[in-house]
Design a protein around this ligand. Structure first.
Ligand SMILES: [Fe+2]
Length: 266
């Protein structure tokens, strides 16, 4: 299995604090069936961004340590790039990395907002040959409110990556519910652990994988866990199923009637 979203690199962002924690996380990845992890340190313009060459140095050191510890886990480099108007310039000038230098760029949205420029950013990225992947859309409050906001971005050419812990309810019921809606409406193309530590937000996602297995077909499970991320690493395009527009369940008529009556009374 391949994780395309991880903060395993030691002391480069708000993820792993030090080498010991990163090695622990690496062991957990292996125990949970992963062979490859794309390390995606945050890139937030003017904020906690670590330079690409520093990330590369830390990665090389970490790989040596993994070898020394006999941990068989391949680590590749990327970034989780916070959306900004300057992102294309940052990509072109090498300040931010796509995933393993492929055409795929992992985009982080604000949690509580959907900036107006996101649609044009998605468009511009594609004009430059990139394929944007929205990181954990199920955690964005506007998408929780209306999953069709993601539907629209996918129609415009974006792909989406689900956090496995969302399925376990680790971020709450609403986010779990949204994760299930997005999966059943063909709006998810990749998975990630978004692991930050060896406790709590860790690579221990076996429960999430079991839930995933119970929700989708075996074929789709293979696509999400192996086939799609393998194509990403090889810089190949992936075939996606048509996303399905979400139709909000209608409130039953007695509830509707009661709501109407109480609105007249109060
Ligand atoms: Fe992340």
């Amino acid at each position: 299995m391949i994780d395309i979203h991880s903060h395993i690199l030691p002391a480069v962002d708000d993820g792993s604090k030090d080498l010991a924690m990163s090695l622990d996380m690496a062991r957990m990845y292996v125990e949970n069936g992963f062979t490859t992890v794309i390390a995606t340190p945050h890139y937030i313009e003017g904020s906690i961004s670590t330079k690409k060459d520093k990330n590369k140095k830390v990665l090389d050191m970490f790989k040596e340590e993994l070898k020394r510890e006999n941990i068989e886990l391949e680590i590749l480099l990327g970034n989780e790039a916070y959306v900004s108007m300057d992102l294309i310039g940052d990509l072109e000038e090498g300040r931010v990395a796509s995933l393993y230098d492929s055409r795929y760029v992992l985009l982080e949205l604000p949690m509580q907002d959907m900036p107006l420029y996101v649609e044009s950013l998605i468009y511009e990225l594609q004009l430059k040959g990139y394929t944007p992947i929205i990181a954990h859309p199920e955690r964005n409050s506007t998408i929780v409110e209306d999953p069709n906001i993601l539907y629209n971005l996918i129609e415009k050419g974006a792909l989406a990556q689900l956090n496995l812990p969302s399925l376990e309810g680790r971020y709450g019921e609403k986010i779990k519910e949204t994760a299930e809606i997005l999966l059943s409406h063909n709006m998810i193309h990749f998975l990630g652990t978004d692991a930050h530590t060896n406790r709590g937000r860790s690579p221990k996602v076996s429960e999430g994988l079991n839930i995933l297995k119970s929700l989708i077909s075996e074929e789709k499970y293979e696509d999400l866990t192996i086939n799609n991320p393998t194509k990403l690493i090889n810089n190949q395009s992936i075939n996606i199923e048509e996303p399905i527009e979400y139709k909000k369940r209608k409130t039953k008529w007695p509830v509707r009637a009661w709501n109407k009556i109480s609105s007249l009374l109060y």
